[in-house]
Design a protein around this ligand. Structure first.
Ligand code: AMP
Length: 426
């Protein structure tokens, strides 16, 4: 044996990664099923894009100077020399697929939902993983505010109904379009330049590249300056103002409460107009977020196609989900317990179990046990009204003993008749 590997290290997962064990897996699956049902009601259809994409997709669409691309993206170079990345977010890949797969010719808007893993090389801490899962939706090809409202409504319903998280707080803002942002950026630059001495190192850099990103800074000093910073809402052009007003009207008419958050920017280049985030009231970490990205398609294809979408962080939702909501609905208990005795019977066990599985008869068993005593013990716990006893003799004769565990009466049944026999009994 080589001493090349430290055994303790071999069985430790990589930093920021998580195993999902059976119970949590099922809670996730049920949550996602409910989320899909809600999204499907509103006309969203499933899509799955690859985990690996070309690096340029994100450098161009999300922005070269964003934290997501600059600091958090997992880069890899293939043996063929391609530069690929593990997808850090879902919107750019879906817009790529929309264009590449010619979805422009379909009736618009194209409504899509997705679920899967995303990867960000962030500092692992509470609520932050390096591989995490998102459920997201995108409405592509619709500029009207109704699409923004539908996206918000669907994600809200997933949080409240599917995850049982209440009360949800929706933070909402408009980040304007290219035109209004130009003026706002100038104002922001002027404001922060005057206060450059109080800025952190990162913000000094952000000030040169994109002053809007200063609003995302988590440093206390920079947070103080944010309180007096210009607000984008005061610089919106007529089109953006109307779009935002219209969205607020639809939300009000739909009974969706919102908190205007004038400093909510969301740090990616492709956002325009609507930006939103969901919180569980009193919790600091966002459960999800999204926004409109009318300029994204032009970056990728030169063609203007409006779009809006959002994503929920499933890991965070699960961590905050009430225990009651995690309970599984009572499963039908298996009414049959299969026991085998002797080599001949054990060898043929799988054939018998397959026969029952194909007949859709739920059956418990303990194939790894040999002695009748230990199998009886497990059978007693399973509380099944029927036990199937398959011994050496039965295996040779292709029969099986069906025993009523309550009355202790039993009958030998040919294997080929077993499924029908049990169906009548159950
Ligand atoms: P974002 O579009 O980056 O705001 O992500 C949407 C949601 O995904 C967030 O509100 C979080 O709930 C979740 N999320 C984002 N990054 C992580 C991460 N590193 N670990 C766990 N969840 C995350």
């Amino acid at each position: 044996m080589t001493a090349k590997y430290d055994k303790k290290e071999l069985v430790k997962k990589a930093k920021g990664m998580h195993d999902i064990l059976p119970r949590e897996y099922w809670v996730r699956e049920r949550l996602i099923e409910k989320a899909k049902t809600i999204a499907s009601f509103y006309g969203f259809k499933p899509i799955q894009t690859p985990h690996l994409e070309k690096i340029e997709l994100f450098t161009s669409a999300v922005g070269e100077n964003t934290d997501l691309v600059e600091k958090e993206m997992y880069n890899l170079k293939t043996k063929g020399g391609d530069k690929l990345v593990l997808r850090p977010e879902g919107t750019a890949p879906i817009m790529r697929a929309y264009i590449e797969q010619g979805m422009q010719v379909k009736p618009q808007p194209v409504l899509l939902y997705y679920y899967g893993s995303f990867f960000r090389h962030d500092r692992p801490q509470k609520g932050r993983r390096r591989e995490f899962q998102q459920f997201g939706i995108e409405a592509i090809g619709e500029a009207n505010s109704i699409a923004d409202a539908v996206v918000i409504k669907v994600l809200w319903a997933v949080l409240e109904e599917a995850a049982g998280l209440k009360p949800i707080s929706l933070h909402l803002n408009s980040v304007g379009c290219k035109e209004c942002r130009k003026i706002y950026q100038k104002e922001m630059t002027a404001y922060y330049r005057k206060r450059a001495r109080s800025l952190c190192k990162d913000c000094l850099r952000r000030l040169k590249i994109n002053p809007l990103r200063l609003l995302d800074c988590k440093e206390e000093k920079c947070g103080e300056l944010k309180k007096e910073a210009p607000q984008i809402i005061n610089y919106l052009c007529e089109g953006c103002t109307n779009h935002f007003k219209n969205l607020l009207e639809i939300l009000e008419a739909s009974g969706i409460q919102y908190n205007l958050d004038n400093y909510l920017i969301r740090g990616l280049d492709y956002y325009s107009r609507t930006a939103f985030e969901f919180f569980l009231e009193g919790e600091p970490l966002a459960l999800g977020g999204g926004g409109r990205y009318d300029g994204l398609s032009a970056i990728l294809s030169g063609k203007e196609i409006p779009g809006v979408g959002g994503a929920l962080g499933i890991d965070r939702i699960l961590a905050m989900m009430p225990e009651k909501q995690k309970q599984s609905p009572k499963k039908k208990e298996a009414k049959i317990f299969f026991m085998q005795l002797g080599t001949e019977a054990k060898n043929k066990s799988l054939a018998v179990l397959e026969l029952l599985r194909k007949a859709k008869i739920p059956t418990k068993h303990s194939l790894s046990k040999d002695s009748i005593k230990s199998q009886l013990k497990i059978a007693a716990k399973a509380n099944a009204p029927y036990a199937l006893i398959f011994g050496q003799k039965e295996a040779l004769e292709n029969i099986i003993i069906v025993r009523n565990t309550e009355t202790a009466s039993q009958e030998a049944v040919p294997l080929e008749k077993l499924a029908d026999y049990l169906k009548k009994k159950l």
